[in-house]
Design a protein around this ligand. Structure first.
Ligand SMILES: [Zn+2]
Ligand SMILES: [Zn+2]
Length: 182
């Protein structure tokens, strides 16, 4: 494709490393322009989906375990509630031309509105494929009428566990102090 050199307006191939007339770095300029067009396109195609996925920093648990050593040398354990997912363990999923993103709850509007980019620390790129659903059922006061389908004939076999485990890794104990770092 022929473009006008931004420096001297000479017609030059967009694949040329430099303008043969004035030496302007054409290829570099074209690459920058394409990158900024792609970024703009990505920014304007962000849409919130109905989906949620595990909050990565707290592994879908809503809290983060940590250990420390006291002044007298004893090791202690504690936990912090996860701010990113507001303790729910799950993050809203946003889709754009660049794929799927998990966004910290408080920053979803800013991301969709284009105020923050996909490189923001509040945004995690999930790639081109839809992310898996949350590992743990929604819990806490926000769950409201979420008990829907289970509320009906749930009084049947009293022996069965009331909470039907969703598809996914539910065998992992919720409070396991995993030492694996990702
Ligand atoms: Zn030129
Ligand atoms: Zn979290």
């Amino acid at each position: 494709m022929l473009i006008a050199c931004p420096e001297c307006a000479h017609e030059v191939s967009d694949r040329a490393a430099a303008c043969p007339k004035c030496g302007f770095p054409i290829a570099e300029h074209v690459a920058e322009q394409r990158a900024s067009e792609a970024a703009e396109h990505e920014r304007t195609t962000r849409r919130r989906t109905d989906a949620h996925t595990d909050c990565a920093p707290c592994q879908g648990r809503g809290f983060v375990m940590f250990e420390w050593t006291d002044d007298d040398g004893t090791s202690k354990q504690g936990f912090d509630w996860c701010v990113r997912c507001k303790e729910t363990g799950r993050l809203p999923v946003v889709h754009s031309a660049a794929g799927y993103f998990a966004v910290a709850i408080e920053h979803v509007e800013a991301f969709i509105g284009g105020e923050i980019g996909s490189d923001s620390p509040h945004v995690t790129s999930l790639g081109p494929d839809a992310p898996p659903p949350p590992s743990y059922p929604a819990a806490g006061p926000a769950a409201g009428p979420a008990a829907g389908p289970a509320a009906g004939p749930a009084a049947g076999p009293a022996a069965g566990p009331p909470a039907e485990p969703p598809a996914g890794p539910s065998s992992e104990p919720p409070a396991g102090g995993g030492s694996s770092q990702s």
